[in-house]
Design a protein around this ligand. Structure first.
Ligand code: PXL
Length: 287
């Protein structure tokens, strides 16, 4: 019997300050009992969201070298999870990782932008090529900005009706993935929500979240990590979404209560213990 913890190869950047990407993915998944093998795509002094001139070291060539080493070791992975990428070539290296482990859960967080805008390091070619990763993914977790970019439609500023929400999810599902989750969606009812589509069971889900007048970097990374950890420990899509939403909301509210500078990210350290109780979940409903 194999009872080792589930093992994830996490292909993301390592930003020293600002609590995003590997800095939050590692503690989050470890707390959930999942082993993370970080494969840094780049090393940065901080995230790129308003902290001035960022020191950036590209690690493009490091990715295929890691893959080669892991194959020599005959290491097995239960999940390959990609996120923020530092160059176009890295898309090809991620594709090699995914194809080398066809039985692993393929999670693609198509990090490209937020609030209707692309992140400054993401070129148009990179944004266009990200759909190649989405095609091979089992699970994708775009925010609304990224969902619109993947579908090559203008950013939707108005609240989504149920029909619009389901149509966005279905169109993303047509690109390949079995499970689609769009985060940070405003609904026509005025409520903020995370919405999901389980193509295997043809069901649509919604998890409402409280609106707070603030936005923190890294919350998408924490959401996708909890979702991944939940999938790897046997949860269904809506249960995984409920756990991820609950946890991110806790992190945001706690951080907001300290009036911390939003650019510094959420105070994950204060909330990690909440993750150990697998029953903590936000309510989920059919969309
Ligand atoms: O959380 C997304 C993210 C990841 N990595 C870097 C970023 C951001 C968002 O700003 O700048 C370097």
């Amino acid at each position: 019997m194999n009872n080792r913890p589930a093992r994830v190869a996490a292909i993301h950047d390592l930003s020293g300050f600002g609590r995003c990407s590997l800095s939050v993915i590692l503690p989050t998944l470890s707390t959930m009992g999942v082993q993370v093998c970080p494969i840094p795509t780049a090393v940065l002094s901080s995230h790129t969201g308003g902290l001035g001139e960022v020191e950036f070291r590209d690690l493009t060539n490091f990715i295929p070298a890691c893959l080669e080493h892991y194959q020599e070791l005959k290491l097995d992975f239960d999940c390959i999870y990609s996120g923020f990428l530092g160059s176009e070539e890295q898309i090809d290296h991620c594709l090699s990782f995914f194809s080398s482990y066809p039985n692993a859960l393929a999670v693609v967080d198509p990090v490209m932008g937020d609030h209707g805008k692309a992140y400054r390091t993401y070129t148009e070619t990179m944004r266009n090529r990200l759909s190649e990763l989405v095609q091979v993914a089992d699970v994708i977790t775009p925010n609304l900005t990224e969902a619109c970019m993947l579908l090559k439609i203008p950013y939707i500023k108005e609240g989504l009706t149920r029909t619009q929400a389901r149509s966005l999810l279905a169109k993303l599902g047509e690109l390949g993935p079995k499970y689609v989750v769009i985060t940070g969606v405003e609904l026509a009812t005025g409520k903020m929500a995370n919405i999901g589509y389980d193509k295997v069971n043809n069901s649509y889900w919604v998890v409402a979240c409280d609106y707070l007048p603030v936005s923190y970097p890294g919350t998408g990374d924490i959401f996708a990590s909890v979702l991944t950890g939940a999938f790897l420990t046997g949860d269904s899509l809506p249960i995984a979404m409920g756990r991820a939403t609950y946890f991110v909301e806790r992190c945001i509210k706690t951080t907001f209560s300290y009036s911390s500078d939003p650019r510094y990210g959420v105070m994950l350290e204060k909330e990690l213990s909440v993750l150990m109780n697998g029953r903590n979940s936000a309510e989920f409903a059919l969309l």
